[in-house]
Ligand binder design. Structure first.
Ligand code: CAA
Length: 261
């Protein structure tokens, strides 16, 4: 692939958007390759993904402005759909995805991070939805996901003013969970990913599904979604082993890795 790097490290996978000369801006090829890279993740082995950008300066500086500059209305809508389809694939990917935001996360960059389950960033990270300054709306989910994450008032302020915010403010408003010095970001992301990967995989996947699907419906329906996914864990090898391990009073025992079955 030209613009996506993928590395599997044990039970975690690291996807890197690698278009450093354009600050990892998302053109059609990047979006297509990202979709293919997700299709190629070995879900029998990998239990958590990290998404990051190449270099020390930018996570993703947005959708490619050069590519968008000459689009017609219909082409603009189709480009939005192309981004939204990939971001939705990321959002509904069966295993958790951590965005390790290592610099600019503007426009489509902020939006792709919001399609991930968890966001952590480096101290030099900058977030924003600059689209109205370019004469467009956020088009890869920003008008929807930002309000759901930080509340409608703050999302509207960020989107209408097109003002960028720094890492500390992103932390304060709940857009990211933690801020690290640049050199500590990837180690922290890998530590978190490995921590997730050591838990029972079916249970983790079901938690992701329950949280995501439950947020889209009212509480009565949400609780039914949870009940089904809770029930689905029973009779799995992992549930039997996890509970038997807890109930075993032998203090010398050592916990085996979960088997994903
Ligand atoms: N699209 C295409 N190219 C981009 C880009 C983008 N979004 N962001 C940066 N680049 C390119 C620049 O054109 C430049 O290329 P050249 O070297 O060939 O000139 C290269 O990356 C380096 O960028 P700068 O020289 O501008 O770097 P800087 O350090 O001076 O500034 C920056 C960094 C503040 C991030 C600035 O590049 C910038 O403002 N970028 C655009 C950010 C933006 O508006 N993003 C939103 C895009 S719209 C969108 O995403 C719509 C949507 O929701 C789908």
């Amino acid at each position: 692939m030209e613009f996506i790097l993928y590395e599997q490290k044990g039970a975690i996978g690291i996807l890197t958007i690698n278009r450093e000369k354009a600050l990892n801006a998302l053109n059609s090829t990047v979006l297509e390759e990202l979709s293919t890279a997700l299709d190629n993740v070995n879900l029998d082995e990998v239990r958590c993904l990290i998404l990051t950008g190449a270099g020390q300066k930018s996570f993703v500086a947005g959708a490619d402005i050069g590519e968008m500059s000459t689009l017609t209305k219909a082409e603009g809508e189709a480009f939005g759909k192309k981004g939204n389809d990939v971001f939705r694939k990321l959002e509904t990917f069966p295993i958790p995805v951590i965005a390790a935001i290592n610099g600019f996360a503007l426009g489509g960059g902020c939006e792709i991070s919001m399609s991930c389950d968890i966001r952590i960033c480096s101290e030099n990270a900058v977030f924003g939805q600059p689209e109205v300054g370019l004469g467009i709306t956020p088009g890869f989910g920003g008008t929807q996901r930002l309000a759901r994450l930080v509340g409608a008032g703050m999302a509207k302020q960020m989107i209408y003013t097109a003002r960028n915010i720094k890492a500390d403010e992103a932390l304060r408003i709940g857009l990211v969970n933690a801020v690290y010095p640049q050199e500590e970001l990837m180690p922290a992301a890998e530590k978190m990913a490995n921590g997730i990967a050591k838990n029972a995989p079916i249970a983790v996947r079901n938690c992701k599904k329950a949280i995501n699907e439950g947020l889209d419906v009212d509480m009565d329906q949400a609780i039914v979604i949870e009940e089904k996914l809770f029930g689905d864990c029973f009779e799995t090898e992992d549930q039997k082993y996890g509970m038997a391990f807890f109930l075993d009073k032998n203090k010398e025992k050592v916990k085996e890795p979960f088997k994903n079955c």
